[in-house]
Design a protein around this ligand. Structure first.
Ligand SMILES: NC(=O)c1ccc[n+]([C@@H]2O[C@H](COP(=O)([O-])OP(=O)(O)OC[C@H]3O[C@@H](n4cnc5c(N)ncnc54)[C@H](OP(=O)(O)O)[C@@H]3O)[C@@H](O)[C@H]2O)c1
Length: 407
């Protein structure tokens, strides 16, 4: 007999949120949805509320909340609709919540994820930006408040699975030499460098192996996603920057590896489908069906590996530098990157200008100390201002695209 767990899905309408609900729907005997949250996709949230009957729903603004509540009432739903950032934190920390999926994109996900951690929940962390911007504060809260943190990023989930059970944050004691993060290399791994100026949002969002939200898809194309993942891995596993290697693996079948001092390398493999890490984390420590097709190694045939090229992907170097610098350097980098990606998706600047903007912002601000959450948000605001200034001075419109897109 397993007891029913109450799950809160922060960012339910996004790519990870939808995959989470897909897994939950397969296990009505294990999971009940306590709360769902959305930002702009109110129609999708309405459908999810009707299907999963949560006690609470959270949207961004009061008018949208009112309209949704009226629609739900007409449909006979008793779900309570709330709005605003404080409501996100309230559902994340709700006394009846057992498990919280933190799948809001960007720094907007930091406070609600931290609220779940501080309330001692089982937190399934997809929102890598929470660790990138506030890693030491977040991990200290996990320890202090007795939360259980399970990574959802496929690479970090693979490392979590490849480390010894009950890994306590000491690589040395666990006999680990290196962590190897795999990366597909994104859609432009083999493009001529001079063609990167012509990349359109559609091309950047067409990832060869994964179907993901638009921001992380662009981050994968610049390899900033891997840079953010180096920072995320460092905090999650208490690993120094030089212990984390990146290996390009275009097939995205090996999701990451752990190398031990005796020469053993333990990896986690599977088809590239986020429902695998989501099901692993939801069911942990048990294994539950994810609805994922099983890996056919013979059909897969070859697995290839290459070293990353930092000339093509300067964002990787910038992320390593930020991690080594400490303080608020990673929060500055993250905020500048959020502005840069949104500007690229809005056709306000070229794809190859993304790392130029980041370099410009980091050079103009330098570093800032990280003592508390206020420092993180101060750094975030300063980087956004600096990035907006950079855009007004340097940005060149991207190539014309068939449709105007927003982040
Ligand atoms: N997708 C993947 O395969 C994948 C893999 C590994 C890690 N991740 C990480 O998981 C997180 C989510 O990624 P995703 O691909 O699922 O993103 P996504 O498809 O863009 O979804 C983001 C979710 O966050 C909500 N949201 C956006 N801005 C918000 C705000 N200011 N306040 C509250 N909610 C907000 C969105 O609501 P609306 O849709 O209603 O606007 C949506 O529910 C990211 O941190 C990403 O790096 C994703």
């Amino acid at each position: 007999m397993t007891s029913l767990r109450n799950v809160v899905v922060l960012g339910a309408t996004g790519s990870i949120g939808v995959s989470t609900l897909d897994v939950i729907a397969r296990h009505p005997d294990r999971f009940r949805v306590l709360a769902l949250t959305a930002h702009r996709q109110i129609d999708r949230l309405f459908d999810q509320i009707i299907a999963f009957v949560p006690r609470f729903a959270v949207v961004d603004e009061a008018p949208a909340a009112r309209q949704l509540a009226e629609r739900l009432e007409r449909a006979g739903s008793a779900t309570v609709v709330m709005h605003g950032a404080k409501s996100l934190e309230a559902v994340a920390a709700h006394a009846d919540a057992d498990t919280v999926m933190a799948a809001i994109v960007g720094i907007a996900g930091l406070r609600p994820a931290l609220a779940a951690v501080t309330a001692g929940k089982q937190v399934l962390l997809a929102n890598k930006e929470a660790l990138v911007t506030a890693g030491p504060l977040f991990m200290e809260a996990v320890r202090r408040c007795g939360a259980t943190l399970i990574p959802i990023d496929s690479e970090h989930n693979a490392i979590f699975q490849s480390l010894p059970a009950g890994y306590g944050g000491d690589l040395e004691a666990a006999g680990v030499r290196r962590i190897l993060l795999t990366a597909s290399g994104g859609p432009f791994r083999e493009w001529p460098l001079e063609k990167l100026a012509d990349v359109t949002p559609e091309q950047a969002c067409a990832h060869p192996n994964w179907v993901m939200g638009r921001k992380i898809s662009v981050d994968s194309a610049t390899m900033m996603n891997k840079g953010l993942e180096i920072i995320e891995a460092s905090w999650l596993f208490n690993a120094a920057e030089h212990r984390i290697e990146v290996v390009i693996h275009p097939e995205s079948v090996i999701h990451s590896l752990v190398e031990y001092v005796d020469g053993s390398v333990i990896a986690q493999l599977g088809n590239p489908d986020m429902r695998t890490p989501i099901a692993h984390a939801l069911g942990f420590p048990q294994r539950i069906d994810a609805g994922v097709s099983y890996l056919d190694l013979v059909k897969t045939g070859r697995l290839n590996f290459l070293a990353p090229d930092e000339r093509r992907f300067p964002c990787l170097r910038l992320a390593r530098e930020a991690l080594r610098a400490g303080g608020c350097a990673s929060a500055l980098l993250n905020a500048a990157n959020e502005v840069a990606v949104a500007a690229f998706l809005n056709l306000q600047m070229r794809f190859d200008q993304i790392p130029q903007l980041l370099e410009g912002v980091l050079a103009s601000i330098g570093n800032m100390p990280l003592r508390d959450l206020a420092d993180v948000f101060e750094a975030d605001a300063r980087a956004r201002q600096s990035a907006t200034r950079w855009l007004s001075q340097h940005a060149t419109s991207g190539p014309a695209a068939p449709s105007r897109l927003t982040a």
